[in-house]
Design a protein around this ligand. Structure first.
Ligand code: 6PG
Length: 240
């Protein structure tokens, strides 16, 4: 099932994302003793991570039972300004009492393909299932309809077996590392966070009545078993 929620501003959108993250975490811990989430890069989810490090949530979440992965990563050093790990570490991991063993950094020190194989091994060790059934996958969306590091026209969009792959992005002239479409679609809950007027045209194309001319990567995200929730601010939803 897909739910679309529109918020008057980024602050209320972020609070809704925090509430969802905490609800999914508490439910998973109560049901299964642990919570697993794949985090997204980008500026929109960054506000959520910063919110989770505030005192109120710090003490309400059982960080010992929370396991945080990355839905994608740039192929740069962990201390590089473009690193998703660095971004989340600065605003969240370094601010809360999550055990280091519960944070699964993509080790980008290796060749992109080896980094992806290594991360897939870590995922398979954590999820003893046919696909990684994250309790929550957080995603953003680019103006071109990309999500995670699945960009239009790139090879990773055609990956059918692997969970986590290296994906060369000609538009960026750079290697990226990303969960595959099938791995993302195995999630129990997917939350897509989109804000800003610059995303309005793509939101209209992807969520509007007219549909899009050619399928965008974000439109390939349709959870097999789970639920998908779009959290939009007023600007991103302004053309719906
Ligand atoms: C990344 C993200 C990427 C991001 C979109 C939207 O590594 O950058 O995985 O898919 O979610 O580019 O980013 P913003 O939310 O900053 O617009």
């Amino acid at each position: 099932m897909t739910v679309i929620k529109v918020f008057p501003d980024v602050e209320s959108q972020t609070q809704a994302a925090i509430d969802l993250f905490c609800r999914f975490a508490m439910e998973a811990i109560a049901d299964n003793g642990r919570f697993s989430a794949a985090l997204s890069g980008g500026s929109t989810p960054k506000r959520l991570y910063g919110g989770l490090s505030q005192a109120e949530w710090q003490h309400r979440l059982d960080w010992d039972r929370i396991h945080l992965f990355f839905g994608d990563e740039r192929h740069v050093r962990a201390d590089h300004p473009e690193s998703n790990f660095k971004m989340v570490n600065d605003v969240l991991f370094s601010q809360v009492s999550i055990p280091a063993t519960n944070v699964f950094r993509v080790k980008t020190e290796f060749d992109p393909r080896l980094s992806a194989f290594n991360y897939e091994d870590e995922l398979r060790a954590f999820f003893d299932e046919a696909w990684p059934r994250f309790d929550l996958v957080l995603l953003g969306m680019g103006e071109d309809g990309h999500t995670a590091s699945l960009f239009p026209g790139t090879a990773a969009l055609n990956e059918a077996q692997r969970w986590f792959v290296a994906n060369y992005v000609p538009q960026l002239e750079a290697w990226r590392l990303t969960l595959s479409i099938n791995a993302l679609n195995a999630a129990k809950n997917i939350v897509v966070l989109v804000s800003g007027q610059s995303k309005a045209e793509m939101i209209r194309e992807v969520l509007g009545q007219s549909g899009s001319k050619n399928q965008k990567p974000i439109e390939m995200i349709t959870p097999v078993y789970g639920e998908m929730t779009w959290l939009l601010d007023h600007e991103a939803a302004s053309l719906l």
